[in-house]
Design a protein around this ligand. Structure first.
Ligand code: F6P
Length: 319
């Protein structure tokens, strides 16, 4: 293999730049030519493909977003779109591809491999919802962004003795809500992976108020429903003054944490090693602090598992 490509696709996540840098630098270290494909699969179809040098990825390890830009591409879900992409890869003499993104991006990577084009998936999403890895690139940064926001909300919540509902991202996964809620001592954490009882939530809030709590924080994962609906239900069921904050896309930006930079560097470099070793159609990940890889089809057929012991702990600690 002499020439490889790299693209980012789907929702961006902090640390994607560090992963791009790792692919480019590890590739060049192994005497490969590395091409950056802009705007994900859309750019692949359009041939928006550029040779990367060592300096192309200088000064990006600490930046959020993705220097290659990203897109969600409907056309690449079609056979025609995939064929156009493969034609472009052939035109540029690219023999292997690293796709950095979430499960939608991995669907495209799987298709490319099925068409005979070696592709490796690197998990990059703030949702932490990819099986086969304990952490995805960007989750830790988003977690710390949410924690910072909750800390600030907590100050004003205490001053005004209010109850706050905070809605966080995660698509169908509750990891961001669970980890941030546990880290910030939230009274209640609502995640799609666990049932909840509104009456119990209300009596827990009332108990807290009776024993003199100055405020309450309720974390709602977006996969459970709309934060404003929960806020309304809580203010109707209690006598508490309730406010709702939807954190939104602030969770996707910002300088990646040290953890995400290191994770991205390790996973990006591992993807290049795997291409050179002749692997195709696999995703890289980290499990028990060891780099691993798994068959992409197997990963896409599994459901993400949240740590329910951690959920139980959050409930035990917020009695
Ligand atoms: O997958 C990342 C994510 O931020 C999800 O948490 C969220 O549901 C979705 O993307 C938002 O997508 P968009 O940026 O297209 O609104």
């Amino acid at each position: 293999m002499k020439r490889i490509g790299v693209l980012t696709s789907g929702g961006d996540s902090p640390g994607m730049n560090a992963a791009i840098r790792a692919v480019v630098r590890k590739g060049i270290y192994h005497d490969l030519e590395v091409y950056g494909i802009k705007y994900g699969y859309s750019g692949l179809i359009a041939g928006d493909i550029h040779k990367m040098e060592l300096g192309s990825v200088g000064d990006i390890i600490h930046r959020g977003g993705t220097m290659l830009y990203t897109a969600r591409c409907e056309e690449f879900k079609t056979l025609e779109g995939q064929q156009k992409g493969i034609e472009q890869l052939k035109k540029f003499g690219i023999e292997g591809l690293v796709v950095i993104g979430g499960d939608g991006s991995f669907q495209g990577a799987k298709k490319l491999t099925e068409h005979g084009f070696p592709t490796i998936g690197v998990p990059g999403t703030i949702d932490n919802d990819i099986p086969g890895t304990d952490f995805t690139i960007g989750f830790d940064t988003a977690l710390n962004t949410v924690i910072d926001a909750i800390d600030k909300i907590r100050d004003t919540a205490t001053s005004h003795e209010r109850t706050y509902v905070i809605e966080v991202m995660g698509r169908h996964a509750g990891d961001l809500a669970l980890w941030s809620g546990l880290a910030d001592g939230a009274e209640t954490i609502l995640i799609p992976e666990a049932d909840f009882d509104m009456d119990q939530i209300v009596s827990r809030l009332n108990r807290g108020q009776e024993r003199g709590k100055k405020h309450s924080i309720i974390m709602v994962a977006e996969g459970v429903g709309n934060g404003f609906d929960f806020g309304k239900r809580i203010s109707e069921a209690t006598n508490m003054e309730t406010r709702v904050t939807v954190l939104g896309h602030i969770q996707r930006g910002g300088s990646p944490t040290g953890f995400d930079r290191v994770l991205a560097s390790r996973l990006g470099a591992k993807a290049v090693d795997l291409l050179l070793a002749g692997e195709a159609g696999v995703t890289v990940g980290i499990q028990n602090n060891k780099l691993v890889h798994h068959d992409i089809e197997e990963i896409l057929s599994q459901n993400h598992q949240i740590d329910l012991d951690m959920y139980k702990l959050s409930q035990e600690l917020s009695i």
